[in-house]
Design a protein around this ligand. Structure first.
Ligand SMILES: *[C@@H]1O[C@H](CO)[C@@H](O)[C@H](O)[C@H]1NC(C)=O
Length: 647
C-alpha cells in the first residue's frame, strides 16, 4: 500500500500530457502560496500585535484556571486539600525554609496536626469559630493557619504593628473568642489584656510557660499532642462560600476593616503565581508580612497551589536580600515598589548578577526603578500586578511593558465586567454614566484617558465586604452605574488603558493613600489628631514626594482659638498612637479647612499643592526623624526635592 502511494506521483509525471502538467504547476503554485501565507501569517499578526504569543499563552492559562475553578466549585476543594494532596505527592520536599531550619511538606502537615489537637483540647474550638492570630512571619504562622483550616475555623490575621485602641478594634471586628500571639508580642497584648479579660477572650501565647494571669502558654501544650491526621468530619460543612480568612485593610474610612476572604477568593489569589508561570520546582522568597494578602494569598497559598518551596523571612533586609537568594537558591521573589528601589539604592557589588532569581511578582514599581533593576540585577522577568485584598478585580502585566500594572485580555473581560468611568476631581466624586443625559458620549473614555476603575459585582466576581461593617461595605458599592439596579465595586483607583491594551495605575482617590507598602486611612489618622488639645479640625491626605513611590502623609489643621501649634506635644501624640508609616510628615496650619460643594473635606487640591514653602503661604511644619515637628524651610524642601533627604 505504502509502496503504491509513493510510486503514484512518479508514474504520473512520466506518463502525463502537457495539459495536466500545467494543472500540476498551478496546483504546486497554489500550494506554495498557501504555505508561504501560513508561514507569514504569524509574522503579520506579530507585527500588528507583538504580544500575540503572550496573549495566546495567557488564553491557554485562563482556560486551564477556568476549568480548575469550575471543578473546585462543583466539588468543594480548599487550599488545605491542595496542601494535603501535595503532602501525599511529595512528602519529603521542602515546604518552608526559615533561618537555619527547613521543614518538609510532611513535617508541616504533622506540626499543624499537633497545633490543631492542642487547640481542640484546650481552646475547645469547633467548626465555624474565628481565631485571631497576632503573629509575625515565622513557621508557626503557617502551622497555626493550617491547623485552624483543619478544624474548619476562620483565621483572622492582625497586623503586628497595631496597638491599643486599634488592636482592640481589629480584634472585635471578627468576633473571635480566642487570640493566639507570639512571644515577642506579649507586651502589646498585656496593654489590652484588661479589656480582653472583661470580654472573656482566651489568650494563648507561643511560649512554654507564661505567668501572666489571663495569658496561657501554648507551645508546651502543642508538644504534648500527637501528630496523627485529624478527621475531615471536623470541617464537613465548610464550603466555597465560607469565610476562609479575615485580612485587614485600611479601606475608605475609619479604623482598619476586616475584609472577608471566602474560599473562592483565596483560590483566585492563589492562581496568580500559576498565571505568571511559577512551577513546582521554584523557590519563592517571602519577606512581606503574611498578615497581608500579597504574601499570604499570592505568596503562601500560591506556593501551595504550585507545590513549591517557600523561603520565609521575618522581614525585609536590603543588605541580606541577595545573599539569601544565593544561599537558598531562590528563583521567584515578591516585591513592592519601595523594596525594589531600596535594592537599587544599595552599593553596587561585583556579584549583583550572581543569583538564580528568574521572576519577580509584585506591585508598585516605578518605571525608572524597573529599568535600573533589570540593568543591575540581570535578566529577571518582572510581572507587575494590580488588585486589592477585598476587591473583585485584578490585573497582571503579562506583556511586560515597563510601567504597566496589567494587560487587558478578552477572556478576562468576559469573566469580569470592569470599566473605567469618569471621575470629577472638583467634586471628588464618580460620575455615574447612568445619571447622565448624554451617557453614551460621556461614558466612553478614550484610550489613554484616566478613569475610576469599577467592577460589576456578580456571581463570578463577588465582593464579600468587611466583617461587621455594613456601612463601610455599602460605601464601596456603586449603584446604577450603567443601568438601573446594577452594582459595581468601587476600587477607589484611577487607571488608564493605552491603545495597546496595557493598564497603568495613575492614582488613588478618596480616603486612603499608600506609603511604604501600607494603606493609610486618612480619617483614622485625622481621628487621632483631633485628640490633641489644640487641634480643632484635621484634614489628612497624601502628597507625592519626588523619587518615592506612593504618597506621604500630610495634615492640614485648624487650631482652636488663641492656641498655637506645639510641635513637641503633637509629635508625642502622633508617636504614641500612629505607626510610623501613618504619621503626617508635613503639617499645614490653615485658618479654615476647605470643603467641597458637598461638604466633604477637599483633599485633591491640597495634595496637589504639596509642601513647598515657596508656594504655600500657610505655616508649614516638617517631622524630623525621631525628633519632632520643626518649621518647614526652603532648605529642607530642596533637600527632599533633590533626593538628599530620603523620607
Ligand atoms: C543550591 O543549588 C546548588 C547547585 O545546584 C546546590 O549544590 C545547593 O545544595 C543548593 N542549595 C540549597 C540550599 O538547596
Amino acid at each position: 500500500m505504502i509502496q503504491q502511494v509513493l510510486e503514484a506521483p512518479e508514474s504520473r509525471s512520466f506518463g502525463s500530457s502537457s495539459r495536466s502538467d500545467i494543472f500540476l504547476l498551478i496546483k504546486e503554485m497554489l500550494a506554495y502560496i498557501l504555505c508561504t501565507a501560513l508561514a507569514v501569517l504569524p509574522l503579520l499578526i506579530y507585527f500588528r500585535n507583538p504580544y500575540f504569543l503572550k496573549d495566546l499563552h495567557c488564553t491557554f492559562l485562563s482556560i486551564y484556571v477556568g476549568i480548575r475553578l469550575s471543578r473546585i466549585e462543583k466539588k468543594f476543594y480548599s487550599i488545605l486539600d491542595r496542601f494535603l494532596d501535595k503532602v501525599a505527592e511529595h512528602p519529603h520536599k521542602k515546604f518552608i525554609v526559615y533561618e537555619e531550619s527547613s521543614y518538609t511538606y510532611s513535617q508541616a502537615d504533622r506540626e499543624s496536626n499537633k497545633v490543631a489537637r492542642a487547640l481542640l483540647t484546650h481552646a475547645h474550638l469547633k467548626e465555624g469559630d474565628t481565631v485571631a492570630l497576632f503573629l509575625g512571619n515565622e513557621p508557626w504562622f503557617v502551622w497555626i493557619w493550617l491547623a485552624l483550616s483543619k478544624l474548619g475555623c476562620t483565621a483572622s490575621f492582625l497586623n503586628v504593628n497595631i496597638r491599643s485602641k486599634s488592636l482592640l478594634h481589629c480584634f472585635s471586628c471578627c468576633e473571635a473568642k480566642v487570640l493566639i500571639t507570639g512571644a515577642d508580642l506579649q507586651g502589646a497584648i498585656e496593654e489590652v489584656l484588661p479589656t480582653l479579660k472583661q470580654q472573656g477572650i482566651r489568650v494563648f501565647i507561643l511560649r512554654e510557660h507564661c505567668h501572666v494571669d489571663g495569658i496561657e502558654s501554648l507551645s508546651d501544650k502543642i508538644q504534648m499532642e500527637s501528630d496523627e491526621p485529624l478527621s475531615r468530619q471536623l470541617r464537613a460543612s465548610i464550603n466555597i462560600k465560607s469565610p476562609a480568612v479575615y485580612i485587614y485593610t485600611s479601606g475608605t474610612t475609619g479604623l482598619p476593616k476586616a475584609a472577608v476572604l471566602k474560599h473562592e477568593r483565596v483560590w483566585m489569589g492563589s492562581f496568580l503565581l500559576t498565571f505568571v508561570g511559577v512551577r513546582s520546582d521554584d523557590v519563592i522568597y517571602i519577606y512581606l508580612p503574611l498578615y497581608h494578602s500579597a504574601a499570604f494569598l499570592m505568596g503562601l497559598c500560591g506556593a501551595i497551589e504550585r507545590g513549591s518551596t517557600v523561603v520565609l523571612r521575618s522581614k525585609f533586609s536590603a543588605s541580606n536580600f541577595w545573599n539569601d537568594c544565593r544561599k537558598y537558591n531562590v528563583t521567584v521573589i515578591q516585591y513592592i515598589g519601595e523594596v525594589m528601589r531600596y535594592l537599587c539604592n544599595t552599593p553596587k557589588r561585583d556579584n549583583d548578577k550572581d543569583h538564580k532569581v528568574r521572576l519577580a511578582v509584585g506591585n508598585g514599581i516605578r518605571e525608572d526603578t524597573w529599568v535600573e533593576f533589570l540593568e543591575r540585577f540581570g535578566n529577571i522577568c518582572i510581572r507587575e500586578c494590580y488588585g486589592a485584598t477585598e476587591g473583585n478585580v485584578g490585573f497582571f502585566n503579562y506583556g511586560g511593558k515597563v510601567g504597566a500594572v496589567g494587560r487587558e485580555h478578552f477572556l478576562y473581560k468576559m469573566a469580569c465586567k470592569y470599566a473605567l468611568i469618569r471621575f470629577d476631581t472638583e467634586k471628588e466624586d464618580a460620575v455615574l454614566p447612568f445619571k447622565l443625559l448624554f451617557k453614551h458620549i460621556l461614558l466612553l473614555l478614550l484610550a489613554g484617558e484616566t478613569g475610576l476603575l469599577v467592577a460589576k459585582i456578580g456571581k463570578r466576581t463577588p465582593f464579600s465586604g468587611y466583617a461587621k461593617h455594613k456601612q463601610q461595605t455599602d460605601k464601596k458599592k456603586l449603584r446604577d452605574v450603567f443601568k438601573k439596579g446594577d452594582v459595581y465595586f468601587n476600587s477607589g483607583d484611577l487607571l488608564k488603558i493605552d491603545d495597546e491594551g496595557f493598564i497603568f495605575f495613575q492614582d488613588r482617590i478618596g480616603d486612603t493613600f499608600r506609603w511604604k507598602g501600607e494603606n493609610v486611612a486618612t480619617t483614622e489618622v485625622a481621628d487621632h489628631l483631633l485628640a490633641v488639645d489644640f487641634v480643632e479640625e484635621a484634614n489628612v491626605y497624601g502628597v507625592k514626594v519626588p523619587g518615592h513611590e506612593g504618597r506621604i502623609g500630610m495634615a492640614a489643621l485648624k487650631l482652636k482659638e488663641n492656641m498655637d501649634f506645639d510641635g513637641k506635644a503633637f509629635y508625642q501624640h502622633v508617636k504614641n498612637y500612629l505607626p510610623s508609616y501613618a504619621r503626617p510628615r508635613f503639617v499645614r496650619i490653615q485658618d479654615a479647612l476647605v470643603v467641597t460643594s458637598t461638604f466633604k473635606q477637599m483633599k485633591v487640591k491640597l495634595a496637589e499643592e504639596g509642601f513647598n514653602p515657596a508656594l504655600i503661604k500657610d505655616p508649614l511644619f516638617y517631622l524630623e526623624d525621631n525628633k519632632g515637628y520643626i518649621p518647614m524651610t526652603q532648605e529642607i524642601f530642596n533637600c527632599i526635592a533633590e533626593g538628599r533627604l530620603r523620607l
